[in-house]
Design a binder for this molecule. Structure first.
Ligand code: UGA
Length: 436
């Protein structure tokens, strides 16, 4: 790799931006990354990693000399031509995507031969509207498909890279494509609106798969079938595939809830009622709440009961609490009068301000002490390795709702637990994780 190439600019160092910056640096590029939050920039400049993401700290450390973190947009504009925009697009109160941060990046670009490469997830039509406002500013849509927890791996080994460029911007699209060529994934060249839709449709489809399998799980509970077996049998059909058929207590995170809602609103804004996505959202909301009913089935009223939540993050290997199922679940349990105690290996700091009245503990065993029930919310590997017999002895009542079908139900029953999964046959000893 040579230092001959032009530096790459990254705007916004949240999850996508930081991983993008670190991975491009790993590929040998000089990267100038800009964020408006001084504390974040200072921490990164000191060599600290601001998010919990496997492999990222090592990448940042290894490529420190190729990475510049700054709050100064001027420095970035002066040195970089390709500007990867990775600012967040949170939902507004109406459920639309908030594009104010994207708009302020566009406003900062004046003159020069810059290319705006949009990695932020934006509604279809955003590129067209930016091009209308800023004729002459080359625009490339390059949506990101990385998953938190495996983000570095996903970036380095993409299934596909989508590059949308409209007539006149093909050269800018070529420049972006060249950056991704060494990664080997299929490069999909298309127009901007289609690239924007590929991103939204992909997330909405994956969320639909999850809500679908969650409803199948709920039916399995009625008919005595096991959703793990059903998903395994379905997933072997190549037209269906095994991924994202893990039933549980609903999807969370910064992407699926936001993007499903944004796509629904985008359709609605143009007069189309996207019925299916309405159901996907509703199923997801109800799925988090079904745990309360499962606990009540065993405990009756939850008033005065102590419930331990194992895991708080929206999925393992991240400290991200955005739209985590634990937030709704904790509030619902408190609403029923229960005391909620919680443990998460990494997300406690992030969770502190979000879970009013929840008692945090430093280990799973401490959280389970004196509990009337436990709910496994996030499938952290350490929960599979827990000494469940010892755990059960510490609890007032060894009752576990496994919200991710993560544990070996037979082993748990063997250890004296009343065990409930999501859509798992009551007497099943089918090992978890048979469907990816
Ligand atoms: C998701 C997409 O998977 C990425 O492709 C995309 O780039 C990203 O959103 C984004 O738009 O930035 P992420 O939110 O990091 O990635 O995490 P996922 O692994 O997709 O999980 C999302 C949620 O679905 C989690 O709460 C997880 O527990 C849940 N899930 C996932 C299930 O309940 N069942 C499954 O089978 C899979």
């Amino acid at each position: 790799m040579t230092g001959e190439r032009e530096p790459i600019g990254v705007i916004g160092v949240g999850w996508v931006g930081l991983v993008t910056a670190a991975c491009f640096a790993e590929l040998g590029h000089e990267v100038i990354a800009r964020d408006i939050v001084p504390e974040k920039v200072e921490a990164l400049a000191r060599g600290e990693t601001t998010i919990h993401e496997p492999g990222l700290s090592e990448l940042l450390a290894r490529n420190a000399e190729r990475l510049t973190f700054t709050t100064d947009m001027g420095q970035l504009l002066e040195r970089a031509r390709l500007l990867f925009t990775c600012v967040d697009t949170p939902p507004t109160r109406s459920g639309d995507a908030d594009l104010s941060r994207v708009r302020s990046v566009v406003a900062d670009l004046s003159g020069g031969d810059h290319v705006l490469v949009m990695k932020s997830t934006v509604p279809a039509g955003t590129g067209a509207s930016i091009r209308r406002d800023r004729p002459g500013l080359p625009y490339v849509s390059c949506p990101e498909f990385l998953k938190e927890g495996t983000a570095v791996e996903d970036f380095m080994h993409p299934d596909r890279v989508v590059i949308g460029a409209d007539p006149g911007d093909e050269g800018a699209g070529d420049a972006v494509a060249r950056l991704y060529e060494p990664l080997g994934g299929e490069i999909v060249r298309t127009d901007v609106a289609s690239a924007e839709m590929i991103k939204l449709a992909s997330n909405a489809f994956l969320a639909t798969k999850i809500s679908f399998v969650n409803e199948i799980a709920n039916v399995c509970e009625e008919v005595g079938a096991d959703v793990g077996e059903v998903a395994r049998g379905m997933g072997l059909d190549q037209r269906i595939g095994p991924a994202f058929l893990r039933a549980g207590i609903g999807y969370g995170g910064s992407c699926f809830p936001k993007d499903v809602s944004a796509l629904k609103m985008l359709a609605g804004n143009s007069g189309y009622h996207f019925q299916l996505l309405g159901a996907v959202i509703e199923v997801n909301e109800l799925q988090k709440r079904r745990v309360v009913g499962k606990l009540q089935k065993h405990l009756g009223s939850l008033a005065g009961k102590r419930v331990a939540l194992l895991g708080l993050a929206f999925k393992p290997d991240t400290d991200d609490m955005r739209e985590a199922s634990s937030l709704v679940l904790a509030a619902r349990l408190q609403g029923e009068g229960a005391t909620v105690v919680a443990y998460d290996p990494v997300a406690v700091d992030a969770a502190q301000g979000l879970l009013d009245g929840v008692e945090f503990r430093a280990s799973a065993l401490e959280a389970l002490e004196g509990a009337d029930a436990a709910v496994l919310v996030t499938e952290w590997p350490e929960f599979a390795a827990l000494d469940w017999r010892k755990a059960g002895e510490r609890m007032t009542r060894p009752l576990l709702v496994d919200g991710r079908n993560f544990l070996d139900s037979a082993a748990l029953r063997e250890a004296g637990f009343e065990y409930e999964g999501i859509g798992r046959a009551v007497e099943s000893s089918v090992p978890a994780g048979t469907a990816e």
